[in-house]
Design a protein. Structure first.
Length: 168
């Protein structure tokens, strides 16, 4: 499932400041509603890090050493209304790459859920002097899990983009 989200960058914000925020990576994780924590993965723990073909293409064949790696912690409510009993806690790897106009991200969550995102700050078409933040995001997982994942994916991605602009 893929989604493209475009959020206007207000005139009072410098597009370079939005790019700088994207390059910080952590602001995007802070804005993700399910994330409860994250920590960098030290370079020495990356020896032998493997990226699949799709991930290599996403990062334009950059080596694992050229990316910034994190362990991300999330809490997901599986059964609402029963408190901690209805929640599950997961940890998974995520990788980030800075680009001249934004950032790229890749996360491999449990149960085969993969999220790939590209955030780009670009001039708004047909609006001279106006800029926008565009996110192209794709989530893939098994068919039985897709309805659960898809239900929150699009709204969460939209909230992250809007939240980034509001935070600046």
């Amino acid at each position: 499932h893929s989604v493209t989200i475009n959020v206007d960058i207000p005139k009072y914000l410098n597009p370079d400041d939005v790019i700088a925020a994207l390059h910080g990576h952590t602001v995007l994780m802070d804005l993700q509603p399910l994330v409860t924590g994250y920590r960098p993965i030290p370079a020495e723990d990356l020896s032998g890090a493997f990226m699949g073909r799709e991930e290599e293409e996403h990062f334009e064949h950059a080596s694992a050493a050229e990316l910034t790696h994190y362990h991300v912690d999330e809490t997901i409510t599986i059964v609402p209304g029963i408190g901690e009993w209805g929640k599950t806690h997961i940890t998974f790897p995520a990788r980030w790459q800075n680009t001249p106009s934004g950032a790229k991200g890749w996360a491999d969550a449990p149960q085969g859920v993969t999220v790939a995102s590209i955030w780009t700050v670009k001039p708004k078409e047909g609006k001279r002097g106006s800029w926008e933040l565009e996110e192209q995001a794709t989530v893939s997982c098994s068919g039985w899990l897709m309805p659960l994942v898809k239900r929150s994916f699009e709204g969460a991605q939209r909230d992250i983009c809007q939240g980034l602009i509001e935070k600046l």
